[in-house]
Ligand binder design. Structure first.
Ligand SMILES: [Zn+2]
Length: 373
């Protein structure tokens, strides 16, 4: 019922927009309309009386009435916001490549591949809320790091007493790419337990650096034990104690995501305690709970997506059974999978009609649906 009401509200909004000066075809298919200069210049003509404004003047004075956002979507880019999004699972960055450690060279190779092949990063927190700010025609990708290893964020003390971020730790390499490709939109989530990147004296510096530089922090539990074996009180302690440690350094930061150790799900009866709870007077609430493997996640707008059990892709080439990062990169480049392609407008959800039956209106919310044949 809820679905239907929301659906029809959306249709209604769509129709109102359609009938207020926006050009849509009769069959309501969105078209790419040329910008109508008469409309734009109407106000300016009175102000400049005789002389028509130059293009520069139009840009300066532009006070364009609200346009139909659907007209601005470039349909030639084949946007599909019901396609898959990869949530990459990294652990360590180290000299030897293993299932759980990626070399600095291979990590750089991953980032270079992403940039050159149309991937742009978004935060896991945004994904879970259906906020897709990715530029039109590009595919969102999400980076996660588990376990808070020192090689994720290592500080080097120089002889002159200054400190620098190790250029070959995860954060060092991410910062390198942030500078190299600003439009890669570098961000990542770091899942922490009691070990916060080693180096006790830099713990606070590192946590604050992450938050102040566009990264996120998630919960990876106190003991790293399998949650399937834990009862309600144990789960609340596992999550609440870590949440409180992070908040003791970052009082205003909300830890909104959880990566399950070993991908071990809680018993069904305790699932809600993994999603939200309170420990020693401080509440926690997770919008995304991450599993360990072995495939790309669904679109956040897809009813098949379970935010309490999100798939990840292992970012390694060792012992990944054909389900590692490069395997999926290959499948996407061969057109073998249904990939998410952004329409460029976070307030519009664009996708082919064949996916309509899977649309999750709870996540779509007030966004406008743009469905095409
Ligand atoms: Zn772990």
């Amino acid at each position: 019922m809820k679905f239907k009401i929301k659906f029809f509200t959306t249709i209604l909004i769509f129709m109102v927009i359609s009938f207020t000066g926006c050009s849509l075809n009769d069959d309501s298919k969105p078209i790419i309309a040329p910008v109508n200069n008469d409309d734009i210049t109407k106000n300016n003509i009175e102000e400049t009386s005789v002389n028509f404004p130059t293009e520069e003047e139009i840009e300066e004075k532009e006070e364009v009435p609200a346009k139909n956002p659907l007209e601005e979507i470039d349909m030639t880019l084949n946007p599909n916001e019901m396609g898959e999004i990869m949530i990459l699972m990294y652990h360590g960055i180290a000299e030897k490549e293993t299932t759980w450690e990626r070399t600095p060279e291979n990590f750089r190779k991953d980032l270079e591949y992403m940039y050159q092949n149309g991937f742009r990063m978004i935060s896991l927190n945004d994904y879970a809320k259906g906020i897709i700010n990715t530029e039109a025609g590009y595919t969102p990708i999400i980076l996660t790091f588990d376990d808070g290893r020192q090689n994720n964020f290592n500080i080097i003390e120089k002889e002159n007493g200054e400190i620098e971020i190790d250029p070959n730790c995860a954060v060092g390499i991410l910062e390198e790419f942030k500078e190299k490709y600003p439009d890669l939109n570098v961000t990542a989530s770091f899942f922490l337990g009691t070990n916060i990147f080693g180096q006790e004296k830099y713990k606070e510096y590192k946590l604050k650096f992450l938050i102040n530089n566009g990264y996120d922090i998630g919960n990876h539990t106190h003991s790293h034990n399998r949650m399937a074996n834990q009862n309600k009180d144990e789960i609340i302690f596992e999550l609440g104690s870590i949440n409180n440690i992070i908040n003791s350094y970052l009082p205003d930061y909300k830890v909104e995501t959880l990566a399950l150790p070993e991908g071990s799900n809680p018993k069904d009866e305790f699932l809600n305690d993994a999603v939200e709870g309170e420990f020693e007077g401080n509440e926690y609430k997770h919008v995304a709970v991450l599993d360990v493997g072995w495939r790309p996640a669904f679109s956040p707008f897809d009813t098949d997506n379970d935010f309490t059990n999100l798939y990840r892709v292992t970012a390694s080439e060792i012992n990944v059974d054909g389900c590692g990062i490069t395997d999926y990169f290959k499948q996407y480049s061969n057109g073998k999978r249904n990939i998410f392609i952004s329409d460029g407008n976070p307030d519009v959800v664009t996708f082919p009609k064949k996916f309509e039956e899977y649309i999750n209106m709870d996540i779509v919310g007030d966004r406008i649906l743009n469905i095409y044949e």
